[in-house]
Design a protein around this ligand. Structure first.
Ligand code: DC
Length: 230
């Protein structure tokens, strides 16, 4: 298990964990793992190679060798590549999220992504964002957050994100997709979405992105675990 500082941020879609995780990682100069990206990339690779999302053994084989890369661009944003192609935008659609959630129910698929995720835990430290970061992937993390928010707040945030990315989608469609994904992510038998026993739970419903960041950083600082936190 990792010997560097790890902070996990788990929760469903639309609670602000991705935005907060990225900003906090930059502030602390930590590495950042967006574990959802791995599931999304595997879903994209499966579609590309005509692997069915229900073909567990073929998905595991694909996860064992699919060619992915994360690179920081000049503006400090992370660009994501699948087989050399920049898929940063393509991977963010609700359709890809839905596919990712479907293949994420298989224990062997999840296990085949474990090592890749743990490789991110290198000095000076890691912010890991996902569904099972605190429960399964980094159970010994020094600090664990579980973010939640009302369904209405999550729908509104997710809708805004998708519209800003140019996806023409209605509030109602976002609601249906979120509820379906929640149901699947919470009810799967392996690594379901749930807070770790030792997670700090925070309701972000009424908070801006800045408020979420400041609340988490305050707790990081109170815990006194991380040099550079302010
Ligand atoms: O965080 P996200 O919306 O990018 O994740 C997309 C899907 O990937 C999510 O609905 C379920 C799956 N996922 C998972 O099972 N475990 C994780 N740690 C992260 C994502």
């Amino acid at each position: 298990m990792s010997s560097v500082n790890v902070i996990t941020i788990d929760g469903p879609s639309g609670v602000g964990k991705g935005t907060a995780g990225g900003i906090i990682a930059r502030k602390l100069k930590y590495n950042y793992l967006d574990s959802g990206a791995l599931y999304r990339l595997l879903a994209l690779a499966a579609r590309r190679h005509k692997v069915s999302l229900t073909n567990e053994s073929a998905l595991v084989a694909l996860a064992g060798h699919f060619d992915i890369a994360f690179k920081k661009n000049d503006r400090g944003n992370i660009q994501t590549f699948l087989e050399g192609e920049d898929v940063s935008r393509a991977m963010r659609s609700e359709t890809v999220a839905e596919f990712a959630s479907q293949l994420a129910i298989y224990s062997s698929v999840r296990n085949s992504l474990l090592d890749r995720q743990r490789l991110f835990a290198v000095a000076p430290g890691l912010i890991a964002d996902g569904r099972d970061m605190g429960t399964v992937v980094f159970p010994d993390a020094q600090l664990k957050f579980f973010l939640m928010a009302s369904l209405d707040a999550r729908i509104a945030r997710r809708h805004k994100q998708l519209i800003e990315r140019g996806e023409n989608v209605s509030l109602r469609a976002v609601q249906v997709q979120l509820e379906e994904r929640d149901r699947r992510d919470k009810s799967r038998l392996i690594s379901p979405l749930m807070p770790a026993e030792d997670a700090v739970e925070i309701d972000t419903s009424g908070m801006t992105a800045n408020e979420v960041v400041n609340t988490l950083l305050e707790i990081v600082s109170i815990k006194g675990l991380f040099a550079g936190a302010s």
